[in-house]
Each structure stands twice: as C-alpha cells, then as structure tokens.
Design a protein around this ligand. Structure first.
Ligand SMILES: Cc1cc2nc3c(=O)[nH]c(=O)nc-3n(C[C@H](O)[C@H](O)[C@H](O)COP(=O)(O)OP(=O)(O)OC[C@H]3O[C@@H](n4cnc5c(N)ncnc54)[C@H](O)[C@@H]3O)c2cc1C
Length: 446
C-alpha cells in the first residue's frame, strides 16, 4: 500500500492481521491534519499532531519509511527512492492530496506556502518566531478560516481573501454565514470577499499582494522583524485554496486518471487489475447527484478505505459517494454543513426550496441556553432533503451526522417531520418543538 494517511491506516487496521500488508509512507509521521491550525495557535506542541506508528505496526502491518519513485504495473513492482524494488500481489494507492496553489505571478517568493505538511506548519511557525507580522490567507473554507483565526490569536495582522462572496462557501450559504463573518471581523481578521489574489509582488520577499478588485495589501511592517537581508521580510501568504490529488507518480502510466484523481468504481477498483485506490487521491461522485464532486476529507477517505477493506476480505460493499458532512468553529460559533448547499444545488441546475428553524440548545429558562439555527435544502419537486446547515453556539456535529443519514437514505421533508425526538432541560429545546422537525415543516409550508 502506498500512503500512510487515514485511508492507509484504516486498511492496515482491517487487513494487518489477516493478510500480508506493507504500508509505504514518505512522511516522517502520519499527521492529524485537522489539528494543525490549533498547533500553530499554540494550543499544544506540534508533536501532538503526529500519529503513532504503532497504529500500523500493532495492527500487524509492516511500515516502510520511503518514497515510491516508480510503479511498474505490468510486472507488479514498486521502486523506492533508494532504488530498491518490491513486488506486490495487490497494490492499494492512498497517496492523498497536496495543496493547490494557483498559477499566479509571485508564488515562488519566500514566505509563500500551502498548508498540509509538517514542513508547512513548521515553516509558518518559524516565520512567526523570526518576527513576521503579516499574513494573507487565501481561501475562506474551513482550513483557511481556522488558520486565519489561529494566526490572529498569535498576534499577526491577518487578511483572509476569497473569490466567493461569503465565508465557508462550500459549507453554508451566504445568509447562514452573516453572523459568522461578523464574529470573524470582530476578532480582528481583515476579510476580503469577492476578491481573487492575482499577483504577489516583490523581488525575494513579498512586498504587496494585488487583488482583482484593484486592492493592494501591503506588507510594510518591518518593525521587530529579525529577517533583514536585501529586502524587508514582514509577511507571508498561505494558500488554502483546495487540494489536488497526489498522482504525479502515475501520469505516464495506464492508470485511468481524471481531473480530480484516480478513477475508481464503487468497490475502489481502478481500471488496472489488482490495483485499488482510496482517499484524497481518487476521483469520485457526489452521493446525491452521482456527478463527479470534490470530497477531499478524512471523513470520506476512511469510509472509502473500509469499503475496500471489506471487499478484500470477501464481504461485498459499495461506496455510496461523497456527502461531505463537515464542521468548523469561528469564535463562539460552531458551524456544520452536509450535502448540497442551495448555491451549489443551483449550480447543478437543481431547483430547491429551503426551510429554516431556530430554537435554543437548552430549555430557554435554563442557564447557558444558546441559539441554534438550521437551514434545510430540499429538492423543489420531490421535497427530498439534499442539504443541511447549522450555526450554533454549541457543537453541531451530532445533528449534522443525523441529517447526513437522512440525506443518504433519500428522506423527504415529510419523513423528517415525523422524527421521534428526545428532550431534556439541559440538552434540548422544550418538547413542544424540535429544530429538525420545525425546519422540515417549514419546507412543506413553501
Ligand atoms: C489543515 C487541514 C485540516 C483538515 N481538517 C479536516 C477535518 O476537520 N475533517 C476532515 O474530514 N478532513 C480534514 N482534512 C482533510 C484530511 O486531512 C484528508 O482528507 C485526509 O488526510 C486524506 O487521507 P488520505 O489517507 O487519503 O491521504 P493523506 O492523509 O494525504 O495521506 C497520504 C499519504 O501518502 C503518502 N505518500 C504520498 N506519495 C507517496 C509516495 N510517492 N511514496 C510514499 N508515500 C507517499 C504520504 O506520505 C501520506 O502518508 C484536513 C486537511 C488539512 C490539510
């Protein structure tokens, strides 16, 4: 197996004691990527984001620390970077994805980085230690927003830029993002929406960044910065503009590859015999539309790996597709989204109607009751639920997961109105109303 991320580790756990399995991993450590923004913030040391190798070895799989430099599919051989060769019976590709940095002028300057690896994380932290005071984070998805807030807490002047007109554009629609945006701006982050970075300007270091709306963000704060070579170095630019599949090894091969990665079927089989692929390196479709869709999340990589694991153990399973349930936190707000947003559904030519509800997270008379706000997106004709978004001052992932299950099982709004729910003063709104039922009833009213 090539790759020791969540997909590779899941397969090691499933197959390690039942088959002869070796994982080849180029990184020193497998990482808890989701925790990286919080390590940058200083909530815990960087080392806490490293997964233990025993996750793989205790499961009975071998771990080989090396980079695969070539795969000979015809002769079932793998070449490693030290020129040694290995043979395989079956090959699983789980090489993940790497940050996409748009092809604009200036991305080769010092201080320009993506945000995926231990090196990216240590570089950013190193720049801060050396006195860098300004950062532009490009991309206001969950990774960009979390990193922007962490850097803001470290005392940097942060600019967050996105070409879409609202925050977290793949997770929530613009009207759900209003309070989150206000919270972000209140915390001190400078937000530039509807703006594309078109050029990073400087000789060795970035002096200013040009946006397509004509704005220029200047890095001119050289006070307290220890890095003083030919030019002042006071700012960095981090691209959180999405991930591209890590498929460079296979470009010249007969492996079928499309825009978003290695093409696999529902059993994670590629077009080549005995070759499988799982996780971020693959291209797959949305579970609702059945059309190719981006889903580069650990919460997709793991179920894909499980599907393959079961099939290799002789139990037939089929992967349903991406639903992209995901969550983040901005200041006091917990935010979650699943399925299609109204904006993305429209882009797919789907007519929608939306239902809204707002209650409190505890009985309103209880201390600490907070607001919780839900939007349901349904297909206009069938009222089938296609998406859900929640903003609250308390965690939302359990509710998001429940709604993902409804979407996965093709529930229509009417079925959600029949939800048999629980209620308790410390844990929900009054028995008289339920967040999900109210929003589903709202869909049916429209
Ligand atoms: C900052 C950040 C935050 C994130 N937050 C979340 C979140 O909150 N929730 C969520 O679900 N997802 C999150 N993700 C996405 C998630 O981390 C990925 O979807 C997930 O890691 C994909 O798993 P994977 O196993 O497919 O690939 P990866 O984890 O990318 O692993 C790829 C593996 O392949 C190895 N490899 C690649 N090429 C070679 C080669 N030639 N030879 C040998 N080994 C090779 C690498 O060393 C690595 O071990 C986040 C990602 C980032 C960067």
């Amino acid at each position: 197996m090539v790759g020791g991320g969540p997909a590779g580790i899941t397969l090691a756990k499933m197959l390690g004691k039942k088959k002869s399995v070796a994982i080849i991993r180029s990184e020193d450590y497998s990482m808890i990527y989701c925790a990286m923004p919080y390590a940058v913030e200083g909530l815990f040391p960087v080392e806490k984001t490293f997964k233990k190798d025993t996750l793989v070895t205790d499961a009975g799989a071998d771990l080989i620390r090396a980079t695969v430099s070539n795969v000979d599919f015809e002769n079932k051989k793998i070449q490693l970077d030290d020129d040694s060769n290995l043979s395989y019976e079956k090959l699983i590709i789980a090489t993940g994805a790497s940050p996409f940095i748009p092809p604009i002028k200036g991305t080769g300057l010092t201080g320009v980085t993506g945000f995926k690896t231990e090196t990216d994380m240590r570089n950013i932290m190193g720049y801060i230690e050396e006195g860098v005071k300004n950062v532009i984070v490009v991309g206001a998805g969950a990774i960009g927003v979390e990193l922007a807030l962490s850097l803001n807490k470290k005392g940097l002047k942060v600019h967050l830029v996105d070409m879409v007109g609202s925050l977290l554009p793949n997770m929530v629609d613009s009207e759900m993002a209003v309070s989150i945006q206000q919270e972000l701006v209140r915390s001190g982050v400078n937000l530039h929406l509807n703006a594309k970075v078109v050029e990073l300007h400087g000789k060795e270091f970035i002096k200013h960044t040009i946006l397509d709306n004509g704005d220029k963000i200047h890095f001119d704060d050289i006070e307290n910065c220890n890095i003083t070579s030919k030019e002042s170095f006071s700012g960095i630019v981090v691209f959180a503009t999405g991930m591209k599949p890590e498929i460079s090894l296979f470009q010249e091969s007969k492996l079928e590859i499309d825009r978003d990665g290695i093409v696999v079927n529902q059993k994670m089989e590629t077009n080549l015999p005995d070759v499988y692929a799982v996780g971020d390196c693959t291209q797959f479709y949305n579970g609702i539309t059945k059309k190719t869709y981006s889903g580069k999340l650990a919460t997709n990589a793991v179920p894909m790996a499980k599907t393959l694991g079961f099939n290799l153990l002789g139990q037939e399973r089929k992967y349903q597709g991406f639903y992209n349930g995901a969550a983040t936190k901005v200041g006091k707000y917990y935010i979650g989204g699943t399925g299609l947003s109204e904006r993305i559904a429209k882009d797919h030519g789907i007519e929608t109607i939306c239902g809204y509800s707002e209650v409190t997270t505890k009985f309103p008379i209880m201390p600490g009751a907070k607001r919780i706000h839900l939007k349901l997106i349904a297909e206009k004709e069938t009222k089938r639920i296609f998406g859900a978004q929640i903003v609250s001052e308390e965690p939302v992932t359990d509710k998001i997961d429940l709604l993902t299950l409804a979407i996965q099982n093709n529930f229509a709004a009417e079925q959600l109105t029949k939800l048999s729910y629980s209620a308790q003063p410390y844990q929900s709104f009054y028995p008289a109303a339920n967040l999900i039922v109210l929003a589903a009833e709202d869909v049916l009213k429209k």
